[in-house]
Design a protein around this ligand. Sequence first.
Ligand code: TYD
Length: 210
Amino acid sequence: MSGAARGAFISFEGIDGSGKSTQARLLADTLRAQGRDVVLTREPGGSPGAEEIRRLVLEGDPDRWSAETEILLFTAARRDHLEKTIRPALVAGKIVITDRFADSTRLYQGITRGDLRETVDRLHALMIGVEPDLTFIIDMDPGVGLARALARKGTEERFEAFGEPMQARMRAGFLALAAEFPARSVVIDGARPKDAVAAEIAGIAEGRLG
Ligand code: TYD
């Protein structure tokens, strides 16, 4: 986002089970302990309307929606999240940390069922038009990530149900996105103790925030 006085926008991305949700929370804790004003949020969701859409997209049969319909639903959720949560916080000078943002749609909807990346990008340009200042991509072996994600066993398993070959493609896809957006992307090795991962992330974030 460009324009007047504003905070900082940080996203966490990675395959299911990569530990990004934990790391997003730990970074929020660290920055708050320094007296910074942090809004920790997530996608799909992060606003009341977007949380309703979350249930529609994450629960139920894996074939419930086509990839195209999902692009519309995730983008609708993101638009509401942006209007109601992200933009007001940034305008107020806060740090917004989101667990997933548009990079997830670029991959999960953009490559899992055919090449729909251009559709994702066009809708993003039309309806969202905002990228994070800093994106942490938590990299992880796809088998380990999937095992962790399945061990949690919730009702939100539509995407975990795609299986390990897809997780491997997603991992490669996230690394390719990091190369595509080098100015904002940092790849973090997630296969280490969580405190070590958190310390590296906090150091990088503090460096960028000044
Ligand atoms: P998330 O709650 O981050 O689950 P996890 O902690 O297991 O990673 O995300 C839920 C699922 O939603 C995840 O499988 C990825 C998927 N997703 C998309 O397919 N497209 C999107 O645009 C977003 C934000 C998430």
